[in-house]
Design a protein around this ligand. Structure first.
Ligand SMILES: Cc1cc2nc3c(=O)[nH]c(=O)nc-3n(C[C@H](O)[C@H](O)[C@H](O)COP(=O)(O)OP(=O)(O)OC[C@H]3O[C@@H](n4cnc5c(N)ncnc54)[C@H](O)[C@@H]3O)c2cc1C
Ligand code: FES
Length: 393
């Protein structure tokens, strides 16, 4: 792939800010289910602009666990509330950060929190950041009667909660259908909050709990969501034709299944937003920083030049190492932004100024960002002698 003349980003592309970490205090840790907690961070007044967000965005968290620096991303789970940020963390079996957060994190602790980022936001009903008043104005200006549908599974509910609450609050005409898949009723995160939404917006919010290991009265809502069940849901439960925007957040297979089915029904891709928490490749769990690279003074080198916070750095990388831009850049500066290192979160995004490259995985960048020359530096390797990227663009 070659990029010579980068084009401007589309006007509708959600703003992505340069990622920076700030230390925030944990104000509350609330147990949601046996396996998940909601963590509230207090955002001091002087940082409120930095922590503005659009519902659906996430933050990266950084902590020192068992002597190693660990970074993971977590979606914000509430409508924007000045002065706080809330995330929900579900324990992943064998997972380092999520187990630590579920077992040890407590009020008063401090964590490094990156400013919110991500493109899993409504383009139909919401554009504003941290201001309920302008949310309402924008919703009216855009599509006050927007009809939104979400498919969430497990912890995939987190960004959906923020979007649903904001959209329903912002416009009296907006409606939201949620299909929420879990193993059992005990695994349902935000059960109380979902119940509240049903009570508060009985004619505009509907939830369809699908439980894979528990019998429900309706067989359609029992078992895993497979192609057949999905088709029935789309045909008989959801108003598929009238839906303005779709939100999908859950395991790779479910997201892919719904995307494929919607595409086969002619739903335009721009109406379908999705967020992946993992790559769906167990051999490559996201969230693991790059490897160290053996020097190869005799072998061929490539040059990687990168600009970050207005400063330009250069680093050589042995061709034999096949290392990514992020891996190489981190050797020269430790503040190069990244979180998942797995092509899922988009934190390591930079614009290619010149040179040739290949990008392995991309679960984070949208088509307009790719067109504008952005890459995920954790997935990008130079294929020319020199590659120049700009993290500030
Ligand atoms: C944009 C984004 C938003 C997210 N939002 C949320 C959210 O709101 N809530 C939430 O709970 N999660 C969310 N996640 C997922 C989260 O970032 C973490 O990936 C998750 O919590 C697991 O992290 P961990 O450190 O506990 O697990 P890890 O230690 O990273 O392990 C993950 C899994 O891989 C397995 N594993 C570890 N090492 C290996 C290996 N070498 N080989 C094979 N398997 C291995 C572990 O057993 C575990 O099951 C989000 C992710 C992204 C990218
Ligand atoms: S660090 Fe998450 S996509 Fe690169």
């Amino acid at each position: 792939m070659t990029v010579e003349t980068p084009r401007a980003s589309q006007p509708d592309a959600p703003a992505r800010r340069r990622a920076t970490f700030n230390t925030l205090r944990v104000a509350d840790v609330r147990r949601l289910t046996e396996d998940s907690v909601e963590v509230t961070f207090a955002v001091p007044e002087h940082l409120q602009d930095d922590f503005d967000y659009a519902p659906g965005q996430y933050v990266a968290l950084r902590a020192e666990i068992e002597g190693q620096e660990v970074r993971r991303s977590y979606s914000i789970c509430t409508e924007p509330v000045p002065g706080e940020i809330r995330v929900a963390i579900k324990r992943d079996i064998g997972g380092l950060f999520s187990t630590w957060a579920n077992e040890q994190l407590k009020p008063g602790d401090t964590l490094e929190v990156m400013n919110p980022s991500g493109a899993f936001v409504s383009k139909t009903a919401i554009t504003s950041m941290n201001s309920p008043e302008s949310l309402a104005e924008d919703a009216v200006a855009r599509r006050a009667d927007a009809r939104l549908v979400a498919f969430a599974a497990g912890s995939g509910i987190t960004p959906i909660m923020a979007i649903a609450r904001s959209v329903l609050q912002a416009s009296e005409k907006a409606s939201f259908d949620l299909v929420y898949a879990n193993r059992s009723a005990a695994d349902v995160m935000f059960a109380e909050e979902i119940g509240d939404l049903k009570d508060r917006y009985p004619s505009r919010f509907a939830v369809h709990h699908v439980l894979s290991r528990e019998q429900r009265l309706n067989p359609l809502l029992t078992g895993r969501i497979d192609a057949e069940k999905l088709r029935s849901l789309l045909d008989h439960v959801l108003r598929t034709e009238e839906t303005d925007e779709w939100f999908l957040c859950g395991p790779f297979e479910l997201v892919q299944l719904v995307r494929d089915e919607l595409a086969s029904r002619g739903v335009p891709a721009e109406k379908v937003r999705f967020e992946l928490f993992t790559t769906g490749r167990p051999d490559r769990p996201a969230g693991h920083q790059g490897r160290s690279v053996a020097a190869d003074p005799e072998g061929k080198q490539v040059e990687i030049e990168f600009t970050l916070d207005g400063l330009t750095g250069q680093v050589s990388s042995p061709v034999s190492a096949r290392e990514t831009v992020l891996n190489a850049a981190l050797r020269s500066r430790s503040d190069v932004p990244f979180a998942c290192a797995g092509g899922v979160c988009g934190t390591c995004r930079a614009k290619v100024v010149s040179g040739e490259f290949e990008m392995e995985e991309n679960y984070a960048l949208e088509a307009d960002e790719l067109q504008a020359g952005y890459v995920l530096t954790c997935q990008t390797r130079p294929t020319s002698e020199k590659l120049v990227v700009d993290y500030d663009a």
